[in-house]
Design a protein around this ligand. Structure first.
Ligand SMILES: Nc1ncnc2c1ncn2[C@@H]1O[C@H](COP(=O)(O)OP(=O)(O)OP(=O)(O)O)[C@@H](O)[C@H]1O
Ligand SMILES: Nc1ncnc2c1ncn2[C@@H]1O[C@H](COP(=O)(O)OP(=O)(O)OP(=O)(O)O)[C@@H](O)[C@H]1O
Ligand SMILES: [Mg+2]
Ligand SMILES: [Mg+2]
Lengths: 225, 225
């Protein structure tokens, strides 16, 4: 399903080179449930961005569902990303002018889903994320944790094949965080691959496979242990 | 030092009224160290914004260091805010065009501190936050936790009388989170009032006074217990 081979990611800042990912090789089967943990700056978001086709590796190859994505151009990558991947961003990236409901609805609109069905699916997602009474609030009228839940609902509304969640509970209290994880785990039980980046060991331990990064490399991987 | 009396904060969204804060009365002495915890949406950021003079209550009074702030106009409030308060935002609010070092330096520039002294203080702050090797990165070239540490360094560089930190460790691993708290606690021991909003009970327990909010009201306050 997800097959990363010898991935390198180097960023250039002026004269400096930052080796954000080094020799990363990982494979995930369809329906996998993995967590990625590690210190701040260890490369977790960079890795997730590459898996999510939001960034390209400097070296190495990435196959998604048998497709050699590294050989596709940006338009083709964007198409795959839109249809197959749901991404929960560490900084949410909600559309400021749209309400919570409209933000969640956006992928359905872009996929030309019929209005009646969109309405019903958005209502279900709002209910599931405990946001029904905040449907008409714009992001600046929401709390940090409410924005996070909007981002999660938007990433999952299309039932993508792969859900990538970057710190999905960072702004949530224990109870909202568990609730959100349960929603993601329910989707995983239905066959959706789930990769969660987290700093919270309680969240990380819930995954069947636990990966730890240090300084851009994979330091531990419970699957190969 | 901080004296809130019968604070109400109502937001209006279309026809709807959101009672984000209800009957909040709290007093903090100079040098206090308090944590505020509670469910997502319970009013923690709203309360912190009012204390930080970033927002005004709908009703009630707020005295900061004997000054009846609620009676000041926006310019006067902004002046007090700039000189007396350091605010770490839940969503960081860094200046995108400036580097980490320049973001941290900004309050010193605005306060007309001499260049040589600015340079030295920024270098110390970068060192303290483990960001020395990221000084020239702009926010989009930093990890989530690195941005968070820049926000903390910027909020503390002026040695304000009051530091208000909204989820300062939400994007940090355990070890960086502790390190950041130690920096804030060192400032508190020097006499600076410190109020930390957090979802992490380990962080919340470190405070001498622990406040819990539910649905816009103070549900528990260990100081009055
Ligand atoms: N666009 C960029 N340009 C330069 N350096 C970058 C860029 N993006 C990330 N970096 C650097 O690459 C390293 C890895 O960043 P990444 O965001 O993947 O870390 P992370 O593990 O997600 O950290 P956190 O837990 O703080 O979110 C960091 O040291 C960061 O400064
Ligand atoms: N500008 C606004 N307009 C309308 N409602 C708002 C506005 N800002 C906040 N709210 C609402 O007020 C309530 C309190 O928000 P606040 O941001 O203070 O919560 P919080 O305790 O910080 O939550 P979190 O832990 O998720 O960050 C929330 O239900 C939120 O939807
Ligand atoms: Mg990250
Ligand atoms: Mg908040």
């Amino acid at each position: 399903m997800i097959d990363l081979q010898a991935i390198e990611r180097v960023f250039e800042v002026g004269e400096e080179q930052v080796h954000a990912l080094h020799r990363v090789s990982l494979r995930f089967a369809a329906g996998a449930y993995a967590s990625i943990m590690g210190p701040s700056g260890s490369g977790k978001s960079t890795l997730l961005n590459i898996i999510g086709l939001l960034d390209r590796p400097t070296e190495g190859r990435y196959r998604l569902d048998q497709v050699a994505t590294t050989e596709l151009d940006d338009t083709e990558q964007a198409r795959i990303r839109r249809h197959q991947i749901g991404f929960v961003f560490q900084s949410f990236h909600l559309v400021p002018r749209l309400t919570a409901a409209q933000n969640i609805e956006l992928p359905l609109v872009l996929a030309a889903v019929a209005p009646a069905e969109r309405k019903q699916r958005v209502a279900a997602a709002l209910q599931d994320m405990d946001l029904a009474d905040r449907a008409d609030h714009r992001p600046d009228q929401l709390s940090g944790g409410q924005r996070q839940r909007v981002a999660i609902a938007r990433a999952t509304i299309m039932r993508p094949q792969v859900i990538l969640a970057d710190e999905p509970t960072g702004n949530l209290d224990h109870s909202s965080g568990s609730s959100v994880l349960e929603t993601l785990e329910t989707l995983n039980r239905q066959g959706i691959s789930l990769i969660v980046v987290t700093h919270d060991p309680e969240i990380g331990q819930r995954a069947r496979r636990r990966i730890r990064m240090v300084d851009g490399s994979i330091a531990e991987d419970s699957e190969s242990a």
